[in-house]
Write a protein that binds this ligand. Structure first.
Ligand SMILES: [Zn+2]
Length: 324
């Protein structure tokens, strides 16, 4: 071991340039990522190619769509998003969001995303079932979109003293789900992907119950630290959930391609960790720093059956039209 400082993406000094042998040899669709047109783009694609990614459903900013299509067009599907970071609950922001949805749709985007983390409610009073967002939802339905939604956030963030401890402001953890269930009913029979294992990877029974009640609810596996933490908590129960509902689970990484992430290991580490979780029987430390969980961070492999890997990597993506 050298004394060189380890990257937060590689606390174990793994050689990500030599991926472990895959148990799946077909195409893989990353159904949840954020690709922006910035300098590390080629580094991201270098990692993605090495780990077998064929197609990407990306939440790219609208101005980046055309430049990205020029270079990577046949590999990218766009998930329509506004800049949620700049969201203000004003008529102006909403009007621009709706115009952008029209443009995204004309560029072929099949779905649009509502980022409804508790912060939206706490800082802007916005939930997807609220009055302010309704015209956006209606417009998206008129345009023919299906949906992705981010509800809730890691359970650790609701603990006393944590960022969402003030339930009067952010809502309780349970209360986050009213808007998901509302959207599932309102948009029916359109499909809704609840990102990040529906925001409840720590509680597979809760997810299973939601999926039982709503046959238009899908989940994706996106986020790495968050999902790895939850999977390591109850590997057998998460495994059972994914196998039982394998016809409504999409693989996703939640990788964010951003100028500040210049490091190959940053991108490769997420694909490495996901491969280990779904394809291997690895039990041990995670190579990725995780300040929100027990130390050292854990990673648990589920050795999903071949048939399940086929479903979550490619077959289900095909049913969404993400790949031929
Ligand atoms: Zn995301």
């Amino acid at each position: 071991m050298s004394d060189a400082p380890r990257s937060p993406a590689n606390r174990l000094g793994i050689d990500y340039r030599h991926p472990p042998a895959r148990r799946w040899s077909g195409p893989i669709v990353d159904a949840h990522c954020h690709i922006t047109n910035c300098a590390p783009l080629s580094t991201f694609f270098e990692a993605a190619d090495l780990y077998g990614m064929s197609r990407f459903v990306t939440m790219s900013p609208l101005p980046d769509v055309e430049p990205l299509r020029r270079t990577y067009g046949d590999r990218l599907i766009f998930n329509a998003v506004p800049s949620f970071r700049d969201l203000r609950a004003t008529d102006e922001f909403r009007g621009e969001w709706m115009r952008d949805l029209t443009t995204f749709r004309s560029l072929g985007a099949p779905l649009c995303k509502f980022w409804m983390a508790p912060r939206m409610r706490g800082e802007h009073g916005v939930t997807v079932d609220g009055a302010w967002a309704r015209p956006v939802v209606d417009h998206a339905l008129d345009l023919g979109f299906e949906f992705m939604i981010h509800v809730s956030d890691p359970v650790e963030w609701f603990a006393p003293g944590a960022r969402y401890a003030d339930a009067a402001r952010y809502g309780t953890r349970d209360a986050q789900y009213d808007q998901l269930e509302w959207l599932l009913e309102y948009a029916r029979p359109r499909r809704v992907i609840a990102a990040h294992m529906a925001g409840s990877v720590h509680d597979p029974d809760f997810i299973a119950e939601l999926m039982r009640r709503h046959d238009n609810l899908w989940i994706d596996t996106s986020a790495t630290k968050w999902i790895a933490r939850g999977v390591a908590l109850a590997p057998d129960r998460v495994c059972e959930l994914i196998i039982r509902h394998a016809d409504r689970v999409l693989f996703g990484s939640d990788l964010v391609v951003r100028a500040q992430f210049t490091d190959f290991d940053h991108y490769a580490s997420r694909y490495w960790a996901h491969q280990m979780m779904w394809e291997s029987d690895y039990r041990g430390e995670s190579p990725i720093d995780d300040p929100d969980g027990p130390q050292p961070p854990r990673l648990a492999g589920l050795t999903l059956p071949q048939e399940t890997l086929r479903q979550i990597y490619v077959d289900n993506a095909r049913r969404w039209g993400f790949i031929d």
